[in-house]
Design a protein around this ligand. Structure first.
Ligand code: 26V
Length: 803
């Protein structure tokens, strides 16, 4: 948008008076932040309503991206950047004596997601608005986001994250768009006499779903899409309601959108979680149908105007819910309704970990959603009947939705949609060939790959301004919307000056991060050291333990040979564990205890440091990633569906140290063998081990001297404070089979780390690798990812930039 600095300053002062009746001098950062937020809203208002108007007038097909999680991060700078007024506002504020960065810190970071899946949804909505895709997010407005992590004596302690405490400037409550969602009760069907059944509900609990809309601003394109998050409230009561029963009901209902489930590792059949899923699905689908009907096109054309995407199985109840509406409210016959539903729905799978696959006890759905269960059972019955004619009975039985008293959500999602995609090429292949192979035999054409992506605007333009300026100076700024333009940087691969400038940018970022660590943790780290980063949820399969065991081996090496030729290293971890994931919490404690040991050992000087940042999340990622030299992507091959921190880190010039897992495979293809450091078992080798059962972790403990020494340290008192955890972890590796092949990959990993050490010593070689990583990262922009979803899955238009 066009905005002069003078006009901005006037607007800002005027808004400050309007909202707070305050002059500039009396105001503090909090008031200034909310003032700026309100001002941005006023700037956006016209384009927001224009965008909606245009979608209606042009009758464009709309995409609704359903996700239990949207891990947005702070929105202030992102909104300013996308409006094209970041610099104007920064300068204008500075004229008024206000530091924009200070205001940025006032905004709470809304942690409405667990990890990769939620952050992907956030990158997607940014990219969809920028790519001019008529697409909207649909989710839950949790009152409490993912817990705040504290370390107490090295243990993870969870505290509530009350992000709404001071209000949310970006949202608008839309009371007129509220809908009712029904739970419990009984339902019976009556013949209408007109060829359809009429459901009668008795004793149902009614919940009012109230939407809160936020603007999703496209980058410099005047498009403003919508993120709609639903909040659960008590419907208006009549006078006969008993006061105490009202209070009781209110608590029960409001608990639905109270808190985000923090467990992304282990599926647990919790009733409240099921309520959450149906709550936002039903509200979202009802609201879509209500909006669609305003266009008077006839319900039979729904799939031409609406695409519903379900982000993992969490919103899979969209399928029976849309069926319910088409059958019960639109009086369609089953075949037509089913055809429409399939054509409307598409589904992304994000994990092959069977523990995380949702399957709900049928009685639970029966109690909570009596009409939905009838529909699910009928979908299943017809599936068996129709497919039974075409395929082998065993094949059909193994793919049924209802089995062993449970509803398998992934099965329902596949059967009820026209597309299922994995999130990296390797992951999609594993789905086709292993995990979902029976479905691939039945529906080969439904399967497709959409490799994940990240938005370069948040993860480079905003998070790493020094690098952004360097790139702009070298190749211009078209990469903001045409990220593969970054490849032009390759022309500078032999240019010493550019490589030195790149080194200087990295050094600056490392100094900045070191200052943060010093201020927040009281720990001094040396910016000359290699900053080696592993930031992601704590999961056994991601193998933070492999990293830790190697750190211990370096520690012992330095203790025994203080003269050992090691380039100084700072190992940086950021990770939350699910509160009920005991093993992950034990690993956290162990990492913290090892940090205590190493960081305070005077023999080590600054050769080795271990930093475990507390409360890792989007805001911390934005600080850490620009300062990273090494990106640890060391999951056991076949287990990480894609990974996205791998993409963010390469985009910021870190060199990837990786197994051939998830999107690392594609990163290697793009940067080339020489610009990535690989190690470890390959997927087929892992599957071989599973098949022939010949992995014996104990042998590695017995035969490998370094490992023996390191593993013994877990149980011989070397690591003060973590005795119990040391034992448990030792046992998991040595006695109970080492499920994720940590010991098997140890030597190879250590050798790869030595290669890193050597490569880093030659600054020009290292910076050249960094440059090629940055130059090759454009293809992993979520702009391209969503453009592919648009054309290949949703069949909607987008502004496509050539790759
Ligand atoms: C799973 C579950 C399972 C039980 C109920 C609660 C719950 C909540 C979240 C999840 C998420 C697990 C799936 C997930 O986050 N997958 C990650 O998705 C990323 C984006 O596609 C991908 O890059 C990561 O590799 C993948 O682990």
């Amino acid at each position: 948008m066009d905005l002069s600095k003078r006009k901005f300053k006037e607007d800002f002062k005027k808004m400050l008076t309007e909202v707070y009746s305050m002059g500039l001098k009396e105001s503090e950062a909090t008031e200034q932040f909310f003032t700026l937020g309100n001002l941005i809203r006023s700037y956006v208002a016209k384009n927001w309503s224009r965008t909606n108007q245009a979608y209606i007038e042009k009758g464009k097909k709309q995409v609704y991206y359903f996700s239990m999680e949207f891990l947005l991060g702070r929105m202030l700078k992102s909104n300013l950047l996308n409006l094209g007024i970041l610099e104007t506002v920064r300068d204008g504020l500075s004229d008024l004596g206000i530091d924009l960065e200070a205001l940025v810190q006032i905004e709470p970071d809304p942690g409405l997601g667990n990890g990769g899946l939620g952050r992907l949804a956030a990158c997607f909505i940014d990219s969809m608005a920028t790519s001019e895709i008529p697409a909207h997010g649909n989710g839950i407005r949790y009152k409490y986001g993912l817990f705040k992590q504290k370390f107490v004596n090295g243990y993870q302690v969870e505290l509530p994250e009350n992000w709404l405490q001071n209000g949310n400037v970006w949202e608008t409550r839309k009371m007129h768009a509220a809908v009712t969602v029904r739970f419990y009760g009984h339902v019976w069907l009556e013949h209408s006499g007109k060829g359809y059944l009429v459901p009668h509900y008795e004793d149902a609990q009614e919940v009012l779903a109230v939407p809160y809309d936020s603007a999703v601003i496209g980058f410099n394109n005047e498009i403003v899409n919508t993120l709609r998050l639903w909040s659960a409230e008590v419907p208006p009561q009549d006078e006969s309601t008993d006061y105490w029963s009202f209070i009781h009901q209110r608590n029960e209902i409001e608990s639905i959108s109270e808190v985000l489930y923090p467990d992304d590792s282990n599926y647990e059949g919790r009733l409240l979680r099921l309520k959450q899923e149906y709550f936002f699905v039903s509200a979202g689908v009802q609201s879509i149908i209500r909006h669609y009907k305003k266009m008077h096109l006839g319900i039979e054309h729904l799939a031409e105007k609406v695409a519903i995407h379900i982000n993992d199985t969490h919103p899979a109840l969209c399928i029976p819910e849309l069926m319910r509406i088409l059958l019960d409210e639109e009086h369609m016959d089953w075949e037509h309704a089913w055809h429409l539903t399939i054509n409307t729905m598409s589904y992304t799978n994000h994990t092959i970990m069977t523990e995380a696959m949702e399957k709900w006890p049928i009685e639970m759905i029966q109690t909570l959603l009596p009409r939905i269960v009838q529909i699910i059972c009928e979908i299943d019955r017809r599936y068996v009947m129709e497919m039974g004619r075409l395929f082998d009975t065993d094949l059909i039985q193994s793919t049924r939705i209802v089995e062993g008293g449970h509803v398998r959500m992934a099965h329902m999602a596949i059967i009820g949609s026209h597309s299922i995609n994995g999130v990296a090429q390797l992951h999609t292949n594993i789905l086709k060939e292993k995990v979902l192979h029976p479905f691939y035999l039945i529906y080969p054409s439904k399967f497709n790959n959409k490799t994940n992506g990240i938005t370069q605007r948040r993860w480079l333009m905003l998070a790493n301004e020094p690098l952004r300026h360097l790139i702009d100076r070298k190749i211009g700024n078209e990469w903001a919307t045409m990220p593969t333009e970054l490849k032009m940087l390759k022309a500078f691969r032999e240019d010493k000056r550019t490589l030195q400038e790149l080194a200087e940018v990295k050094r600056q970022n490392k100094v900045r991060f070191a200052r943060f660590v010093e201020e927040s943790m009281g720990l001094e780290i040396n910016p000359e050291a290699i900053f080696d980063v592993q930031i992601k949820r704590l999961h056994a399969y991601k193998r933070q333990l492999l990293n830790l065991l190697h750190i211990l081996s370096l520690y012992f090496k330095l203790k025994e040979h203080p003269e050992a030729d090691l380039h100084p290293r700072v190992f940086i971890f950021g990770a939350k564990a699910a509160p009920s994931y005991t093993y992950a919490k034990q690993i956290i404690k162990l990492i913290n205890s090892v940090a205590e040991l190493i960081n305070h050992d005077p023999d080590i000087h600054d050769k080795l440091k271990l930093v475990f940042v507390e409360n890792y999340g989007v805001s911390l990622a934005e600080r850490i990633i620009p300062a990273a030299d090494v990106s640890e992507q060391i999951s056991l091959a076949s287990k990480e569906a894609s990974g996205t921190s791998n993409m963010k880190l390469m985009l910021n010039g870190a060199v990837t140290l990786a197994t051939l897992d998830g999107a690392n495979v594609e990163i290697r293809e793009h940067v080339g063998e020489d610009n990535i450091v690989l190690f470890g078992l390959r997927t087929d080798e892992v599957y071989h081990y599973y098949k022939d059962g010949t992995y014996h972790a104990h042998d590695y403990y017995e035969k490998n001297q370094v490992l023996h020494r390191v593993l013994n340290a877990l149980i011989d008192g070397t690591i003060p404070g973590a005795e119990a955890e040391g034992y448990a972890i030792f046992d998991s590796l040595v006695r109970y089979g080492d499920e994720y092949f940590v010991l098997r990959d140890f030597d190879d990993y250590a050798a790869a780390q030595e290669r890193i050490d050597r490569l880093y010593r030659d600054s020009l070689i290292w910076q050249k690798m960094a440059l090629i990583n940055i130059a090759s990262a454009g293809i992993f922009s979520s702009d391209y990812t969503v453009q592919q979803y648009a054309s290949q899955i949703w069949d909607v238009s987008s502004k496509v930039h050539r790759i």
